[in-house]
Design a protein around this ligand. Structure first.
Ligand code: BGC
Ligand code: MG
Length: 543
């Protein structure tokens, strides 16, 4: 058995087993009919989230921003963009959320600011060598006249990671040119973000999702990677999560988190942080978490696992083992605003949906914390056929890859698009929902037995109430199972819950695990056992 037991738990440990629901603010609910989701929209929908059974919300950036990268280009870290509302709306939203027992995690974007941030406009206004430029990564170019970038680094969004300005200097942007990278070796940068943390902690936030948590420190001397799309045809970004790059996962980045942790710990109620970090190995990823750094790091290996029992088994075992070493919980995720939705990744259509539902039951039975992405509880697929002219992802123009298809506004109700995203009668939504989403809306699925929404509601209800899925229950015990089948149990006292997932090509007989509690597909009886269909998962309980 792989143990996940740790020290005795208190309410401060809520994050260790929480189910966190990611709200992509722009696309969740639009209160004022301008076609863009907003904080008041979230506030009105809080009862839906409470009834769904999640513990916390993670809100993507809602700060003042030119919205070049969906708000991950922050111009003012201490204010709300007018398109999303006001600070007063934020306060009202968090007050209501807390009253409903929902915690609020917000997104912190420390690797880069927007080029519209006052620091960057000051850096441009002053000359090379100025203190204002020292907060960013400005450098001279190579070549006889400095006409070549300072090194071979590539932007994650494609093309060189450097842009030249009028006076001849270049500045680094690992993402869009409108997202200049900060110099985290500068004390003012560190002080600023510690203050930003306190600003939001004082407003009551329960945690932070740290954007590009592996990126803030760049290797001394800004050395070349050694290959690039131009020289070898391989994009540097393909090494993400597989290899080392001089601009990611540098040891010194951990000093930043060791400075942040005491700040989080100085507030009551278990304030936490989750890293969006990509590292070469699960071992290096685990270095971001633990009692003196961050609380969690997403297991993107789980998200990247292919639809096979071996693939899932391997990433689950590795993640559980690494988490145990550092005494932190595992952090599971299947979809987010950067990745193709898991319905589509697993094959799309009816097959993709079946598999997505099964994978979700698998995830929710595992020890640790699980992050859901808005709309996965409705079984939404990726929208693959958005017209190019509507796509807004800055990566699209540079690489042809676009993350817009997982960011289409949520269908809530009604017969016509955008299906209740805005107030009654509003026809606007910043991306159009496909007509097939009429049948997938919250209203269309509510109370419908077997709907994906009711499956999530049932699973979350059980997860909360069942002792074998509680924080202090045992870890994962793998059971003998046929090829292509995953089966594990978790036990508390004399109650055992078994999760079985059928990734094989034929129905499997599940016998001896007890009474089914919930299943992603219809089980048929056979003697004392049940037949679990292909691409399905079930939870069963035995005393
Ligand atoms: C966020 C992306 C964003 C990028 C740059 C990512 O990790 O999740 O949506 O484009 O950081 O901030
Ligand atoms: Mg709006």
């Amino acid at each position: 058995m792989i143990s996940t037991a740790g020290p005795p738990h208190t309410d401060d440990d809520w994050w260790r087993s929480a189910v966190v629901y990611q709200v992509y603010v722009r696309s969740f609910a639009d209160s004022d009919g301008d076609g863009t989701g907003d904080l008041q929209g979230i506030r009105h929908r809080l009862p839906y989230l409470r009834d769904l059974g999640v513990d916390a919300l993670w809100l993507t950036p809602f700060y003042t921003s030119p919205m070049v990268d969906g708000g991950y280009d922050v111009a003012d870290y201490r204010d709300v963009d007018p398109m999303f509302g006001t600070l007063a709306d934020f306060d009202a939203m968090i007050t209501d959320a807390h009253a409903l027992g929902l915690r609020i995690i917000i997104d912190l974007v420390p690797n880069h600011t927007s080029s519209a941030h006052r620091w960057f406009t000051a850096a441009l206004a002053t000359g090379p060598g100025s203190p204002e430029r020292a907060r960013y990564l400005f450098a001279e170019g190579q070549g006889a006249h400095g006409e070549l970038p300072p090194n071979d680094w590539e932007s994650i969004f494609g093309g060189p990671a450097w842009t030249r300005i009028a006076d001849g200097q270049w500045y680094l942007h690992l993402f869009d040119p409108a997202q200049p990278d900060l110099n985290w070796r500068h004390p003012e940068v560190r002080a600023e973000f510690e203050d930003v943390l306190r600003f939001w902690l004082d407003r009551g936030v329960d945690g932070f999702r740290i954007d590009v948590a592996h990126g803030m420190i760049k290797a001394d001397g800004l050395p070349d990677v050694g290959f690039s799309t131009i020289t070898t045809g391989q994009r540097q970004v393909e090494l993400l999560g597989k290899g080392r790059l001089p601009y990611f996962d540098q040891d010194e980045v951990h000093e930043i988190y060791r400075a942040w942790r005491p700040i989080l710990d100085s507030y009551p109620g278990g304030r936490m942080a989750v890293a969006e970090a990509w590292a070469e190995t699960p071992q290096r990823l685990a270095r971001y978490i633990g009692p003196d750094e961050l609380h969690q790091a997403f297991s993107f290996d789980f998200l990247d696992a292919t639809w096979s029992a071996d693939s899932f088994r391997k990433v689950i075992d590795t993640a559980l083992a690494e988490a145990t070493v550092v005494g932190a919980p595992t952090t599971w995720v299947l979809s987010n605003h950067d990745k193709q939705r898991h319905v589509t990744r697993y094959g799309d259509g009816a097959e993709g949906l079946r598999r997505a539902r099964a994978a979700s039951l698998l995830m929710l039975a595992l020890p640790g914390c699980a992050y859901l992405y808005q709309g996965e509880e409705l079984g939404l697929p990726e929208v693959l056929d958005l017209p190019d002219e509507l796509r807004q992802d800055p990566a699209f123009l540079r690489t042809g890859e676009s993350r817009d298809g997982c960011r289409v506004p949520i269908p809530w109700s009604g017969e016509v698009a955008p299906y209740g995203f805005g107030p009654a009668g509003s026809e606007l939504s910043w991306l159009p929902a496909p007509t097939t989403w009429r049948a997938l809306s919250v209203a269309a699925q509510t109370g419908v037995p077997g709907s994906t929404l009711e499956l999530y509601r049932a699973a979350l209800r059980i997860r909360h109430a069942h002792p074998a899925l509680a924080l202090d229950a045992d870890g994962v015990t793998w059971l003998e199972s046929g090829p292509g089948v995953l089966a594990f149990s978790r036990t508390a006292g004399d109650t055992t819950l078994t999760c079985v997932v059928n990734l094989s090509g034929a129905p499997v007989l599940i016998d001896g695990y007890g009474q089914p509690l919930v299943a992603s597909d219809t089980l048929t009886g056979q003697g004392s056992g049940h037949l679990l269909p292909v691409d399905a998962a079930a939870w069963l309980e035995r005393h």
